[in-house]
Design a binder for this molecule. Structure first.
Ligand code: ZN
Length: 488
């Protein structure tokens, strides 16, 4: 069960008395999930506890026994992911953004750096080098394409400073090399100036209110936000780039945190038709949960369930920084031995370990020192934890946790039925039983039954297999949307 882990502050089991199924924290975040056949919740954390106590017709009691069916991590592995912010085609955002930020925030010293001396381009040869190395090492994550980067040009039309041929080659490279392993997100429209979407021109006044990093400065409706997001998404769609989510630049949306996930849902569904929109905005620190948050969960039992998944990162940018002028500190992610660092801490905790960087920091103004440091971290993680981890896109992590939290699971004797509003690959559950007394589990979907294959070690678990240990059976299968059945 996802929230049952070391370090949890409070653990309560909550019996549902009214058929009421969902509970939201004070921030509107979906906090709980089904755990077993008695249609009960298990929730942890003081915020959640108080929210649950406030919920009508729910009574909290001490945990008496472990849940009969537990949803585990995919293939029993901790998800790893890499978030790349501020990437786009060719344009070095470090070089082009800084003078615009300096105009909007003249008092800030951080925008008085010598941007004129920084390369204006992050070349496609580097995208190729990075993308190929990541593909060889299994790395997956999120890669931004800012659609109108720092107002330099529109990636679906013209990028002044580069030929049409170069722009098209750059987009082709992203489509062919990056898309298979990376979610592509717009990072709003420009990452600098707010665009008047009626004219396509930046707002006339230049101040924090007309910069995307601090937009909006007044309350906006869900529809107003959705129209802005959809504008960005449509440019990438014109380039043949599929998007199931967005990344917010800096403090974008801070004033509309409740409206934002609804706007993301509306915009992503409108432009791409994807059933499960997600977004990246937040970074979690310390002991704060690193699990994806399911927001504005609606109509879960209907034919069109709606959720927006908020997938946080869990580290700072300790590579080359926003401008590519920082000294990399790879040990803060994982030291060479793999015994300390934030990523090691999260892997040990069993929660998704999502690390963060900015694209100019990978390129590091041509020295690629950030990329070198990143490679060292990945090599450490892959050698020390390869049997315990799995690289995933943000959308894949979001999907897995959505299925984990929203699937209704009912255990009767040696049968478990799953009713899933959203399916996911590699769904992994523990069910009661032992190897000695049980038959091989089977999976039934729509009258078709297949026998699952035994594996001798948990590290061999993949979809369509099972393994027995002292605590029961672990079954791994592709959970379909709708109804499925495991029996043994
Ligand atoms: Zn950014």
């Amino acid at each position: 069960m996802s929230r049952q882990k070391a370090g949890a502050l409070v653990s309560v089991q909550v019996q549902l008395q009214s058929g009421q199924q969902y509970c939201y924290s004070t921030e509107g975040t979906f906090m709980t999930n089904y755990v077993h056949s008695r249609r009960a919740f298990l929730a942890t954390g003081t915020t959640t506890l108080s929210a649950l106590q406030a919920w009508p017709a729910i009574a909290a009691t001490e945990v008496a026994e472990p849940p009969a069916v537990t949803v585990l991590n995919p293939q029993l592995r901790v998800p790893l992911s890499f978030v790349v912010d501020d990437s786009t085609c060719l344009v070095n955002m470090g070089h082009f953004c800084m003078p615009q930020f300096a105009t909007a925030w003249p008092e800030r010293n951080e925008y008085k750096k010598p941007w004129q001396t920084w390369p204006r381009e992050i070349p496609d040869s580097f995208v190729r080098e990075f993308g190929q190395w990541c593909a060889q090492h299994g790395v997956k994550g999120k890669y931004s394409i800012v659609p109108f980067p720092a107002c330099v040009g529109w990636v679906d039309r013209e990028l002044p400073g580069w030929s049409q041929k170069q722009l098209q080659a750059s987009l082709k490279l992203v489509r062919e090399l990056m898309v298979p392993n990376w979610d592509i997100h717009p990072e709003m429209i420009t990452h600098t100036r707010v665009i008047d979407i009626k004219t396509g021109r930046p707002m006339q006044d230049i101040n924090p209110a007309t910069m995307e990093n601090s937009y909006p400065r007044t309350k906006k409706s869900v529809d107003e936000m959705a129209v802005y997001l959809a504008y960005a998404l449509r440019i990438l769609k014109n380039c043949g780039l599929p998007c199931e989510g967005v990344t917010t630049p800096g403090g974008f949306g801070n004033l509309v945190k409740n409206e934002l996930p609804l706007a993301v849902h509306e915009a992503v569904r409108d432009v791409s038709g994807s059933e499960l929109p997600h977004y990246f905005k937040y970074v979690v620190n310390g002991t704060e949960s690193a699990l994806p948050r399911l927001e504005h969960v609606r109509n879960v039992d209907g034919s069109d369930p709606k959720v927006t998944v908020n997938v946080p990162a869990c580290t700072g940018d300790w590579f080359g920084g926003w401008d590519g002028d920082r000294q990399s500190e790879p040990d803060r992610y994982a030291n060479e031995e793999g015994t300390s660092g934030r990523m090691v801490e999260l892997i040990k905790r069993g929660e998704p370990a999502v690390m963060l960087c900015h694209w100019p920091g990978m390129y590091t103004q041509g020295t690629k020192k950030g990329f070198t440091a990143f490679k060292r971290v990945v090599e450490t993680l892959n050698s020390r934890f390869s049997d315990q981890t799995i690289w995933m896109k943000l959308s894949e992590i979001g999907r897995y946790w959505t299925a984990k939290e929203l699937t209704r699971i009912i255990l009767v004797d040696r049968k478990v039925s799953f009713n899933a509003p959203f399916g996911t690959p590699n769904f992994t559950v523990r069910v009661p039983g032992t190897a000695a007394t049980t038959n091989a589990p089977t999976l039934t979907v729509e009258n078709r039954t297949v026998k699952l294959q035994p594996v001798t070690q948990t590290r061999l678990l993949r979809s369509g297999t099972w393994h027995a240990d002292s605590k029961g059976l672990i079954v791994c299968f592709d959970l379909p949307k709708g109804v499925s059945l495991i029996q043994w």
